[in-house]
Design a protein around this ligand. Structure first.
Ligand code: SF4
Length: 364
């Protein structure tokens, strides 16, 4: 490695190595084509396109997704709001019967306020729930979801899950908090409000300027260095049992070197299947047109075809290739091999100054 004035040595001596994803080979199944929240930063801005993509999806398609990759260990139902899909319990049972150790969903939690419904999902095999809660109170959360009552319903959902855990002790409950200009100073308040619910993990996802997030960029996106400074303050003050339960994701490693390694930089890896004609790179070309440049290991075309619907396997890595970039200096960074780069829209607005390559102390 070369050292230049643009390189930041990590003063702790060791190159902090953010761990591999805690998520296994996770399959996301996009299920819902509607949502009962209306989040400002929703990554799916075009609900009509989502409807077009998903409305023809059949139970057989879902089964084929679950059986296409024998290495998949986790399945998460997502996209739109999965609890609004009438066949969710059936799909959960299908996943359980196919032997997935982790059967989960990403939800706004509102329908879990109905305890009978929450119980039905657990009975059907659900054992991992990621609930999106974006603030310590209704003012912040409902303002971001643009849905009055969404915070209170999600908290009733958490209370129901706490009770149901007595019957389903294997259930894991995580929260997901999309970090933005309105809530990045409220980490500790949120953590304290969550304490009675005994949540297993709190994941703080730094907002991605995609979908509606691009539209509201100026209102919601703040520099990563400001997020990192607040998160450091928050985690430095947490007792060890609290620190073990909080993680900040979706933020380049070079901006978080001051944060304890256990709490930062775990990149989630997952893949999903997309109806073939809906996959487009930023330059407007389809993956097939980009095929020679694509990594054969992370993208396989038309994994499910024939007389049924055709789907392409899209991994997080391929998606990142579409929307993130690096600069030549990144070659000198010790995190280059694991870093996915920075959103082009972020760089257009804030520039490269924050992104200083990191090297182990003493590397030349
Ligand atoms: S590779 Fe570039 S963007 Fe990524 S952590 Fe290193 S300096 Fe930052």
């Amino acid at each position: 490695m070369k050292t230049t004035s643009m390189v930041r040595a990590d003063t702790r001596g060791d190159m902090p190595t953010p761990g591999e994803s805690r998520v296994g080979n996770r399959l996301h199944i996009c299920l819902g084509f509607s949502c009962n929240n209306n989040c400002l930063f929703c990554m799916e801005e075009d609900r009509e396109a989502r409807f077009q993509r998903l409305s023809n999806q059949t139970a057989e398609d879902v089964r084929r997704m679950m059986t296409a990759d024998p290495d998949a260990r986790e399945v998460m139902f997502t996209s739109g709001e999965p609890t609004l899909h009438p066949q969710l319990p059936e799909y959960l049972e299908m996943a359980r019967d196919l032997g997935f150790p982790t059967v989960g969903m990403i939800t706004n939690g509102r329908r879990l306020s109905n305890r009978a419904y929450a119980r039905k999902l657990l009975e059907s095999g659900l054992n991992h729930i990621l609930i999106s809660i974006h603030g310590p109170d209704a003012h912040v959360h409902d303002g971001l979801t643009r849905t009055k009552g969404s915070f209170n319903q999600a908290l009733v959902g958490l209370a129901n899950l706490l009770l149901l855990k007595r019957e389903y002790p294997a259930l894991k409950v995580h929260t997901s908090y999309v970090v933005n200009k309105r809530n990045y100073r409220l980490f500790r308040e949120f953590f304290d409000v969550m304490l009675p619910f005994r949540v297993d993990q709190h994941v703080f996802n730094v907002m991605m300027p995609e979908g509606r997030g691009r539209e509201f960029f100026d209102n919601l996106v703040i520099p990563y260095s400001m997020v990192a400074a607040e998160f450091k303050k928050f985690t430095d003050a947490l007792p060890p049992e609290g620190l073990n339960r909080v993680f900040i994701l979706d933020i380049p490693y070079c901006t978080t070197v001051g944060i304890k390694d256990s709490a930062r930089g775990y990149v989630e890896r997952y893949f999903h299947y997309e109806p073939d004609s809906t996959v487009l790179f930023q330059d407007g070309r389809t993956p097939d047109q980009r095929r020679p440049e694509a990594d054969a290991e992370v993208y396989s075309r038309k994994v499910m075809s024939g007389d049924k619907h055709e789907y392409s396997k899209v991994t997080k890595t391929v998606h990142d290739q579409m929307v993130r970039i690096k600069r030549p200096e990144c070659e000198q960074c010790g995190y280059n091999h694991i870093c996915r780069g920075v959103f082009t829209s972020y760089i257009d607005r804030f520039g490269w100054d924050e992104f200083v390559p990191v090297q182990r102390k003493g590397d030349k």
